[in-house]
Design a protein. Sequence first.
Length: 70
Amino acid sequence: MSQVTISPKYQVVIPKAVREKYALLPGDKIEMIELDGRIELVPLRPAKDLRGFLKGKKNNFERDTERCLR
């Protein structure tokens, strides 16, 4: 776990190991979420980054034929 210090301007520096692990770059957006007395930082990714992330997954569900468009 990494520790950071809040600067007098209320800024923090994300440690290099964390930046590299999550491929964070200057200008990236991060959402700050408060949960049960803690703060979580969640990187926001553009939808185009999700392309192909389900590659190789099987689609095993059957559609209800009554709801299909004809």
